[in-house]
Design a protein around this ligand. Structure first.
Ligand SMILES: O=P(O)(O)OC[C@H]1O[C@H](OP(=O)(O)OP(=O)(O)O)[C@H](O)[C@@H]1O
Ligand SMILES: O=c1cc[nH]c(=O)[nH]1
Ligand SMILES: [Mg+2]
Length: 209
């Protein structure tokens, strides 16, 4: 069963409040999403494997740790996931970036895939899918399907705000995928929007509404 981690760090929670605020404009919204993605990347990398090497300090030889070189890829779900990519790359600049294009049909709420491009060495990489919103979970489940179909084995899902329905959808279909969120909200409304949420993440990031 997927584990769910809620990142309750005060800085993440503070910035999320202004991301939710309807009076926050596009420029500030984008900056805040970027900053929160960096802070979440710091938390999500807590378990990254280390190995010990020897390093010459000006004084003597020390045994010290470096990242063990596990290959990583970040995969935003287009469009809104793009807003989280640079924030993660701030901390993990060597990560490769794949893209999955999905949009949610406004009537059926079902995800429709229109693009997929992943790093060639899919089977050797760990993946972090990023998307600000996990609502019904349809898009996340489909994005994970898409990655697995291409050979991905180790996948994490990271978002800003999740609805209980979305968490359950991932847990039901992809119990091996852990979920990392900044907030677990109350519910979905009749249009599949998260309540209280932040509105339409893509539109707020790109100023399309
Ligand atoms: O959990 P779900 O019910 O599938 O909803 C979540 C999806 O909806 C939003 O994308 P949207 O379809 O608005 O596309 P966009 O990013 O292009 O705006 C959001 O960024 C997620 O990808
Ligand atoms: O609340 C929601 C739900 C889906 N997509 C969004 O951008 N916001
Ligand atoms: Mg949208």
């Amino acid at each position: 069963m997927s584990k769910v981690y809620v990142f309750d760090h005060p800085l993440i929670q503070h910035k999320l409040t202004y991301i939710r605020d309807k009076n926050t404009g596009t420029k500030e919204f984008r900056e805040l999403v970027d900053e929160v993605a960096t802070l979440m990347a710091f938390e999500i990398t807590r378990e990254m494997p280390l190995e010990e090497i020897e390093v010459e300090t000006p004084v003597t030889t020390a045994k010290s740790k470096v990242l063990s070189g596990k290959k990583l890829a970040i995969v935003p779900i287009l469009r809104a996931g793009i807003g989280m990519v640079d924030g993660v790359l701030n901390l993990i600049p060597a990560a490769k970036v794949g893209h999955i294009g999905l949009y949610r049909d406004p009537e059926t709420l079902k995800p429709i895939e229109y693009y997929a491009k992943l790093p060639a060495d899919v089977e050797e990489r760990d993946f972090i899918i990023v998307d600000p919103m996990l609502a019904t979970g349809g898009s996340a489940v489909e994005a994970i399907n898409s990655l697995k179909k291409r050979g991905a084995k180790n996948i994490k899902f990271m978002c800003l705000i999740a609805a209980p329905e979305g968490v359950e959808a991932i847990q039901k279909v992809h119990g091996d995928v852990d979920i990392y969120i900044a907030a677990l909200d109350e519910k979905l409304n009749d249009h599949g929007y998260i309540v209280p949420g932040l509105g339409d993440a893509g539109d707020r990031l790109f100023g399309t509404k």
